[in-house]
Design a protein around this ligand. Sequence first.
Ligand code: HEC
Ligand code: HEC
Ligand code: HEC
Ligand code: HEC
Ligand code: HEC
Ligand code: HEC
Ligand code: HEC
Ligand code: HEC
Ligand code: HEC
Ligand code: HEC
Ligand code: HEC
Ligand code: HEC
Ligand code: HEC
Length: 444
Amino acid sequence: MYTKILLVGFAVAAALVALLPIGAPATTGDIELGPSCVTSECHGDVMEDRFLHGPVNLGQCEMCHVPIDDRHEFQMAEAGTELCMMCHEPEEQKDYIHGPFQSDCTQCHNPHGEDNRYFLHGGGGVDSCNVCHDDVREGRAHLHGPVAVGECLVCHTPHQSDHAGLLVQERRDLCLACHVDVEVTLENAISLHEPVVQECAGCHDPHGGDVQFFHPQEGPDLCLTCHGDFIETSMEAQYAHAAMTEGESCQNCHAPHASMQQALLGTDTKKLCLSCHSEEIHREDDRVINNVRAEIDGAEFLHGPIREDNCVACHQAHGSDVRSILNQSYPAEFYAAYEEGAYNLCFDCHDRTIIEAERTEVTGFRDGDLNLHYLHVVQEKGRTCRACHSEHASVQPNHVRTEVPFGMWMMPVEFDKTETGGTCQTGCHIPYEYDRVTPELESQ
Ligand code: HEC
Ligand code: HEC
Ligand code: HEC
Ligand code: HEC
Ligand code: HEC
Ligand code: HEC
Ligand code: HEC
Ligand code: HEC
Ligand code: HEC
Ligand code: HEC
Ligand code: HEC
Ligand code: HEC
Ligand code: HEC
């Protein structure tokens, strides 16, 4: 990108050499010095510009061009930046100095004048920067506001700076100075994204880019540059979740900067999940994913974690090696042989003895102390929890289903709860009653 810089440096050096007596054409020494250097024949162009440099305006050419022996041969009063320092106060030196500012002011300023206020080569504005730099606006589909209008100097200083990159402020402070709304979001947030605390430029090119918001990458790739471990643990999990790649990908659920929820979530997980799961989803493999909102809205009894708006108590939002993107194992079928670990999902919160103890009083589903959970579940051909319970919500108490898929049949389940037990009527057996106080079943 600095090829232009070399060329300009060379051109300036060549111009200077041309001025020195040695390199000057032999004949100019013969020209008589007149009362003024600027006449209609001579050097008229020097004073034609709209803005003239102070000494030029006053015709004081010799302040800089000192004649040698009264001949029409000149040497510069001083070399390099010293020439300018004859009249201008030197700036106090800062940590970051723009290359040409150190070597030669005339690489940017025309010592005589120009049609712009600071006599800049190139015409002023961004064009003056482009004399040396490749145009930062070129080849980008999206340009950052101030760059688009060529306002390089709202962010950069042309001479020198206390901040890297010749910036007018520290990089992150600079961004927040204009994007006050982002700062407000950060100040009030409950969770803050670590890289946003450090730096904005990791995700936004300050000049612009080919992707909206000037991100270095699009979609989940932006996030995966740092969260690469997700590729293996989630995107390539046995049960991947389409929410990771569809629509706004990671941002379906996460705010990029900060949020009023933990883990940068856009809102509580129930609202998040229901933003998509409020209708049936027909997958490519013809499987239909239930409308969960309808399941919940139509139900009087919501399962504890759902009452607390917490869908990720059971689901792994990013994808999982367990079906239905569950956190832990849970049998898929109506029947399953009882084995250690099969119901870990439920036992994360519920005491496993309500199922595993043959005789107990810890569960409500018992006849006397005969554990009916044990009876149904802990078998070679055990009924799984889903045979009787719905996972999300139910219109019957104790999350007992009203119907359960049994092969091609949606089998009705009628449950009447009593003070001390209940009655079940299903396709599995004749109506049975159980009673915790006066056992019924063993006599039935
Ligand atoms: C503030 C210092 C300064 C003053 C005052 C000044 N010059 Fe120059 N002049 C320069 C420098 C430095 C150069 C070297 C070329 C460059 O960088 O543009 C130059 C180059 C020139 C050149 C050769 C290159 C060109 O631009 O054509 C001429 C001729 C010239 N000056 C004429 C004048 C005349 C006439 C005046 C007075 C009306 C004048 N200068 C006043 C600094 C000055
Ligand atoms: C002989 C004294 C003198 C020299 C040498 C001199 N300047 Fe100046 N310069 C002035 C004066 C006088 C002004 C007008 C001051 C003002 O308008 O506030 C001025 C104004 C400027 C301005 C415009 C400032 C503004 O605020 O509008 C720039 C830019 C500038 N000079 C750059 C240079 C550069 C670059 C050099 C060296 C190549 C240089 N000057 C050498 C006297 C000089
Ligand atoms: C890389 C290009 C560049 C170089 C090199 C450069 N300047 Fe400037 N200078 C600028 C620009 C651009 C501005 C206009 C700043 C603005 O618009 O705020 C400017 C503004 C100025 C001004 C007027 C505003 C002020 O800061 O007082 C002066 C005087 C000045 N420069 C002097 C110099 C001197 C002296 C040197 C060499 C020691 C120099 N410049 C080197 C680009 C340059
Ligand atoms: C005369 C040539 C020239 C002009 C004109 C010029 N630059 Fe530069 N710029 C350079 C050179 C040479 C470097 C690399 C050396 C250095 O780090 O300063 C550079 C580097 C930079 C850097 C990087 C500094 C860093 O520390 O990473 C920025 C930013 C920059 N220029 C901005 C600008 C802006 C803005 C303008 C227009 C106001 C401009 N330049 C005009 C020559 C120029
Ligand atoms: C919104 C602020 C902003 C604006 C406007 C802006 N820049 Fe930058 N620029 C930056 C930041 C931030 C950097 C990175 C600085 C660093 O290295 O820390 C940068 C870096 C640069 C660099 C160093 C090399 C590079 O590309 O990273 C150059 C050269 C540069 N800018 C030129 C320009 C020019 C020319 C303009 C006007 C068209 C401009 N900038 C406008 C903020 C800005
Ligand atoms: C001088 C003020 C200014 C500074 C400094 C500034 N920006 Fe901007 N930024 C703007 C303006 C103006 C827009 C265009 C606003 C719009 O389109 O709604 C913009 C737009 C953006 C956008 C795109 C917004 C959109 O809706 O398309 C992003 C992203 C952005 N800026 C990030 C940054 C970052 C990162 C920095 C620091 C390197 C920064 N800005 C520094 C003024 C600034
Ligand atoms: C981890 C990556 C990342 C970091 C770091 C980051 N952003 Fe963003 N930013 C994004 C994403 C992604 C979007 C797009 C948001 C959307 O799609 O609505 C965005 C959007 C924006 C926007 C435009 C929309 C809005 O919210 O106004 C601005 C302005 C912005 N960022 C400024 C900043 C600033 C300032 C910083 C530093 C304090 C920063 N960003 C740091 C990822 C990041
Ligand atoms: C520049 C690297 C980087 C990028 C890009 C990035 N992150 Fe992060 N992210 C981190 C770091 C560092 C942490 C904090 C350590 C951790 O939890 O891994 C983090 C943490 C998080 C957290 C947890 C926050 C918490 O409070 O628990 C979420 C969620 C997150 N990132 C989402 C995203 C999303 C979405 C994107 C894309 C828009 C993204 N990240 C892009 C580096 C990055
Ligand atoms: C469907 C919603 C959803 C999508 C899409 C999503 N996340 Fe998350 N993410 C969550 C939830 C919910 C949590 C909080 C998990 C918890 O509390 O157990 C979380 C937590 C995180 C965390 C912090 C905890 C951890 O697991 O490390 C990171 C980092 C993260 N997500 C990154 C990402 C990235 C990167 C993407 C895109 C590739 C993404 N997320 C897509 C919902 C989502
Ligand atoms: C951006 C939309 C979107 C969001 C937000 C979303 N999902 Fe999904 N989800 C889908 C789509 C599309 C499918 C069907 C395709 C598939 O299986 O991946 C799906 C499938 C599922 C499945 C069934 C997976 C299977 O293979 O049977 C579960 C379970 C699920 N989502 C739970 C959640 C949970 C929990 C949340 C909130 C943390 C959530 N979803 C947020 C779009 C979304
Ligand atoms: C107590 C654990 C638990 C909680 C909390 C939970 N789910 Fe589920 N979810 C499950 C189980 C278990 C399945 C698998 C059901 C099956 O196999 O039929 C499932 C299945 C699903 C499915 C797939 C349905 C289908 O037709 O394949 C979606 C979508 C879903 N849940 C979304 C959600 C949403 C949204 C929330 C929060 C409102 C949520 N879940 C909360 C346990 C839970
Ligand atoms: C994240 C914790 C958690 C997980 C995992 C969980 N539950 Fe629950 N469950 C609860 C809470 C909390 C309650 C409400 C207890 C209350 O209301 O007193 C509850 C209540 C129940 C009830 C109704 C109890 C009653 O007396 O009405 C049943 C039935 C139930 N869960 C079954 C299951 C099944 C089956 C699973 C496995 C698919 C499961 N739970 C997984 C937390 C959980
Ligand atoms: C054959 C039907 C059936 C099966 C299979 C079943 N349950 Fe139940 N469960 C019930 C009934 C009926 C109740 C309500 C008992 C009462 O309070 O009268 C109940 C109550 C519960 C309760 C509330 C606390 C308690 O023990 O009273 C939890 C928790 C529970 N079941 C979890 C499970 C889990 C986990 C599974 C699978 C491992 C499972 N159930 C399998 C019928 C069943």
